[in-house]
Design a protein around this ligand. Structure first.
Ligand code: TXE
Length: 479
């Protein structure tokens, strides 16, 4: 069985406690590797390595840091196929998706922040006889904790800006998807990243994640994951005054007006609902449809959903792979049961799937569409994070806004209308960190990324994240 190790001080390290976790392939349900369940001692060792590396790394010129990050991106390109295969095996997503989304974006993350740092500038405020300027310096040692849905994509989204800014990093990928982060460490070695600059410590959230959050010498935490975990991290970190960036869950609406480009709206609503088995925090899981086209849209939508194929992520033409873990698979199935109990009608899907052959024991669920539920029920309020969506009607802009805003979450919304003024009105009225008009998951890495309400605190991306990963100082000079 494959053994994954921690990457500390530029070397592979076994967990000091010799505690291990099993890692399964979602498509087969079988354990195929194991990873450290690291403790405080391993995190201490990583922090010591980072402390040693920090003076050297932070004093490198931005050009030098940029060059090393670009060398890492180059190594990733050389290992593109191996990374894509590992990601699909570990996470359950179709291989094709890893090839067109996860791995290209992970490479882009590194390249983007490697070059963005060359253009990062701060403000200056001139007045009579005095000038103020803002200086940004690296914080020191920072913690990056990432989830299992887009493993290498979100891992690199955090560590690249942290490293570019001159920090040293203690990173923990999700214990459910540790493989590509481990491969990434190998590529960092090849690219010449100095030892201790990036340290990857594997393990469970409760043990390893908690040790990172608790550590007094880790000055900032960037976390993506569930809202409940985010609440917990905030409560633990607040008394220590660590900087926190929390990117949490969502219950995102896709809002379909009767003046939309119908074919495109149907196509993108399906994509937004079921890409990555619905396991993307930005997926549109509540589809709100204007009354006048409700029946027509529902029928076209359901018809398209029925054409999606579920099965082995490594087979050609598969649209929906396996859910990441048995417990998550059970959770999603329990929400389908709940939707029935709440009075919903299943228009398609609703069952687990057991494909013939090697994937018979895998964790698959049919893409599921439900109608007939009101906005207040749990199915419409709680994040399911699987291939399950609900349809609801609305008959005015005001009602659409009230339904869309009527949850605790505020991550992303997408709006479908050809009416320019209506599109802008909606964008302003929606309480979401991202509003896509006539598109979905169209990302420009320069833009601020994050949620309102219980979807998180802070913004990633662009220059925002470089400010997060730095200390800001006002320097006031009188002359
Ligand atoms: O997330 P967790 P899980 C949502 C989604 C999903 C739910 C639970 O609703 O069903 O979260 O998924 C680490 N201290 N999203 O259980 O537990 C953990 O090891 C420090 C939304 O996987 O939040 C992992 O590395 N760290 C989301 C990371 O936190 C802790 C993406 C996320 O795990 C910790 C994934 C602790 N006490 C799930 N407990 C999105 N918005 O993108 C756990 N961790």
């Amino acid at each position: 069985m494959k053994e994954l190790l921690n990457y500390i001080a530029g070397e592979w390290q076994k967990p000091i406690s010799d505690m291990w976790l099993d890692n399964a392939e979602p498509a087969t349900g079988k354990v195929y590797s194991r990873l450290p369940d690291s403790t405080n001692e391993d995190v201490d060792m990583a922090v010591e390595a980072a402390k040693k590396a920090f003076p050297m790394w932070s004093s490198k010129s931005v050009e030098e840091r940029s060059r090393i990050l670009l060398a890492i991106a180059h190594e990733m390109k050389s290992s593109f196929d191996a990374l894509a295969e590992a990601e699909s095996r570990d996470q359950g997503k179709p291989l094709q998706l890893s090839k067109v989304m996860d791995i290209p974006r992970a490479i882009q993350n590194i390249e983007f922040f490697a070059t963005e740092i060359l253009h990062f500038a701060s403000e200056s405020h001139a007045a009579k006889g005095v000038v103020n300027y803002t200086a940004h310096s690296p914080i020191g040692i920072v913690g990056c904790i990432s989830p299992w849905n887009l493993p290498l994509y979100l891992f690199t989204w955090k560590i690249a800006p942290a490293l570019a800014m001159g920090n040293c990093v203690i990173a923990k990928p999700s214990e459910l998807t540790p493989l590509t982060a481990t491969m990434f460490a190998e590529l960092c070695m090849k690219a010449g990243l100095p030892p201790g600059v990036l340290n990857i410590v594997h393990g469970s959230g409760k043990q390893t994640g908690a040790a990172i959050v608790d550590h007094p010498e880790i000055k900032a935490i960037s976390f993506t994951g569930g809202t409940v975990t985010g609440e917990h991290i905030a409560s633990v970190a607040a008394p220590t005054f660590k900087k926190l960036s929390l990117e949490l869950g969502g219950k995102n609406p896709s809002i379909i007006f009767d003046d939309c480009d119908f074919e495109e709206a149907v196509h993108q609503a399906v994509r937004s609902a079921f890409t990555n088995q619905g396991e993307i925090c930005l997926c549109g899981s509540r589809i709100l449809i204007e009354n006048s086209i409700y029946d027509q849209f529902r029928d076209a939508f359901v018809n398209k959903v029925k054409q999606l194929t579920v099965g082995d992520p490594f087979e050609d033409g598969i649209n929906v792979g396996a859910l990441v873990s048995k417990s998550h698979w059970e959770k999603v199935l329990s929400y389908i049961q709940l939707a029935k109990e709440e009075g919903g009608t299943i228009l398609c899907g609703g069952n687990s799937v057991s494909p013939k052959g090697r994937c018979e024991q895998g964790w698959f669920i049919e893409p599921t569409v439900i109608e007939g539920l009101d906005n207040a029920c749990r199915t419409n309020q709680e994040e399911i994070f699987g291939p399950v969506v609900t349809l609801q009607r609305f008959s005015s802009e005001e009602e659409a806004i009230a339904l869309a805003n009527g949850t605790r979450y505020g991550l992303a919304a997408n709006v479908w209308t050809q009416h320019l003024a209506k599109a802008h009105r909606m964008a302003h009225a929606l309480d979401f960190g991202i509003v896509w008009i006539n598109c979905w998951l169209l990302r420009d890495l320069r833009t601020p990324f994050g949620g309102m309400k219980d979807s998180g605190v802070g913004r990633e991306g662009g220059f925002e994240v470089l400010r997060f990963f730095s200390e800001t100082k006002n320097v006031c000079v009188k002359f």
